[in-house]
Write a protein that binds this ligand. Structure first.
Ligand SMILES: [Zn+2]
Length: 132
């Protein structure tokens, strides 16, 4: 009788040890699942952070877009200024008397009436040009 009980007990012990092993492996699986969930959560958090960053960047970009429009306007105005300057550069000489741009064929300054032949001087803007 005692032997039978011992057998049952040892059987129960073995069973419980098997069960505890099963539980251990289950716990491992649970741990692994938990880690997966945790890393998944971390990944989701990272994605959330990234989306949040992108959102704030988009919010920052929206005023930038209007700034770019302003810069474009300023650039087109600058382009007009450059065109004006280029128009002025077609006059390679300035009158030394009044400082107005003069064409090289002008003999008399149309602005101040001075003798342009004597007073003309290479304008600094085209000093790279063909003047001697
Ligand atoms: Zn002049």
């Amino acid at each position: 009788m005692e032997a039978f009980l011992k057998n049952v007990l040892s059987d129960a012990k073995r069973q419980s040890s098997v069960e505890s092993q099963l539980l251990d492996s289950r716990a491992e699986i649970l741990d692994a699942m938990y880690e997966t969930v945790e890393s998944g959560t971390a990944a989701i958090a990272t994605v959330k952070d990234m989306m949040c960053n992108v959102r704030t960047e988009v919010k920052q970009l929206q005023p930038l877009a209007s700034t770019v429009d302003l810069i474009r306007q300023e650039l087109s105005e600058l382009g007009k200024e450059v065109e004006k300057l280029e128009g002025k550069m077609k006059f390679p000489y300035v009158c030394l008397s009044c400082g107005k741009p003069l064409l090289p064929e002008f003999k008399i300054c149309p602005y101040c009436g001075e003798d342009a032949q004597l007073l003309r001087s290479p304008a600094p803007v085209i000093s790279l040009g063909e003047h001697k």
